[in-house]
Design a protein around this ligand. Structure first.
Ligand code: FE
Length: 206
């Protein structure tokens, strides 16, 4: 089995947001799809370790904001490279407003958002798939949607750029860009940010 085949899937990239008892949080996902048309249903799959997962299991509602190609790397760092357990991701972020369901959606570098009420969920092991019906669907711009491939080729800094010290070896998470410093990456290592395994890390020596 060649796991690199997984990289051939084309995905969109989205900011998934929710809110529960006054706590707002959001994260980056590539797993939002229109799962059915009659009635319209939207599904997302989310790693159970994410704080957003914890909140959605309680709130049973979420918003999906569709990122556009002009979205800067800072958006991915803000929502994707840190946990809402430790910081308030919205504290200094101006590019969001609350939708009718009370949850933030992102109104900068996005072209649409969906508000979804969860109707079903499926335990997938590492992830939960949440399925729901949209309660609001709005178009925000005509800009091109960000794909996972475009993010990898044009937005995410090259691994070489993340290893600045000559003679040093680092391991860069291919999924989120997290940098592990050290000659050898433990085989059972799990990325602390995106929870992907050691096989998704790339060795960079400069
Ligand atoms: Fe990662």
């Amino acid at each position: 089995m060649n796991n690199k085949a997984m990289y051939k899937f084309s995905y969109g990239l989205f900011v998934l947001t929710t809110s529960y008892e006054g706590k707002d949080n959001g994260c980056i996902i590539n797993t939002a799809i229109q799962a059915a048309s009659e009635p319209v249903q939207i599904s997302i799959a989310l790693n159970k370790a994410n704080y957003t997962h914890e909140l959605i299991t309680r709130s049973n509602k979420f918003n999906v904001s569709v990122l556009t190609q002009d979205a800067p790397y800072d958006i991915f760092k803000l929502f994707g490279h840190q946990s809402g357990r430790n910081i308030d991701k919205f504290k200094d972020f101006g590019g969001c407003v609350r939708a009718e369901n009370g949850i933030y959606y992102i109104n900068e570098y996005t072209n649409a958002y969906f508000s979804v009420d969860v109707t079903d969920s499926c335990d997938m092991g590492s992830h939960t798939m949440f399925i729901g019906v949209p309660t609001a669907v709005e178009l925000l711009s005509d800009a091109e949607s960000m794909s996972y491939g475009y993010y990898q080729s044009d937005v995410k800094p090259k691994p070489e750029a993340l290893n600045t010290e000559p003679g040093k070896t680092v391991w860069v998470c291919r999924i989120c860009g997290y940098v592990y410093e050290g000659e050898e990456l433990p085989a059972d290592y799990i990325c602390p940010v995106c929870k992907h395994p050691a096989s998704d890390f790339e060795k960079v020596t400069s």
